[in-house]
Design a protein around this ligand. Structure first.
Ligand code: S3P
Length: 177
């Protein structure tokens, strides 16, 4: 049985969808940002300020390696930047069925409006930053995913149904003779 691995840009809904999927399948939910924050006893933004982005990226890579050892089926939400380190990509694929939650810049702007917890979007020009990063990241997210789900204008409930159906089918396919 495989894990469900959620990837995608900030504000795509990975945490919300992840929690709902974990409820639906009665399996644990892990969010890499939350695990790192707990370990460091600091918010991601503070980690960026105190140690710099590269140190945070190394924490993500180390955590990913540890997650491969984890027991039991889980839903895992990865930070939006995790797939961008080349060395993380094989690990992400090996972790389970990878779902890309895709969102357009407008949707991201809307979902993140008033949010100050994302250090990469601070300092103005958020829309331009989002567009630029999506250009770089979109193809990487696509290349890793078993399923891409467009989230724009969709209720989380419908997104969860779509992923749930795909996941069940994928698990059944694997157990057929
Ligand atoms: C980041 C995404 C964030 C967090 C950090 C960097 C990124 O996670 O890891 O602020 O590079 O996209 P979410 O995708 O959960 O917001």
């Amino acid at each position: 049985m495989k894990n469900i691995v959620l990837i995608g840009y900030m504000g795509a809904g990975k945490s919300t969808v992840g929690i709902q999927l974990s409820d639906r399948f009665q399996i644990a939910f892990e969010d890499t940002d939350q695990v790192i924050e707990k370990r460091q006893n600091m918010a991601v933004s503070e980690i960026f300020e105190k140690y710099g982005e590269e140190s945070f990226r190394t924490m993500e890579t180390e955590l990913l390696a540890q997650m491969a050892e984890g027991k039991g089926r889980r839903v895992i939400a990865l930070g939006g930047g995790t797939p961008m380190r080349f060395e993380n990509r094989e690990r992400i694929k090996a972790l389970g069925i990878v779902i890309y939650l895709r969102a357009r810049p407008d949707t991201i702007m809307e979902r993140l409006s008033g949010d100050t917890s994302r250090p990469l979007l601070r300092g103005g020009g958020a829309r331009q930053k989002i567009e630029q990063m999506l250009k770089e990241r979109g193809p990487v997210y696509e290349s890793l995913s078993d399923l891409t789900v467009d989230t724009d204008g969709k209720a989380f409930e419908n997104i969860v149904d779509e992923i749930g159906g795909f996941y069940e089918a994928a698990c059944n396919k694997r157990t057929e003779p």
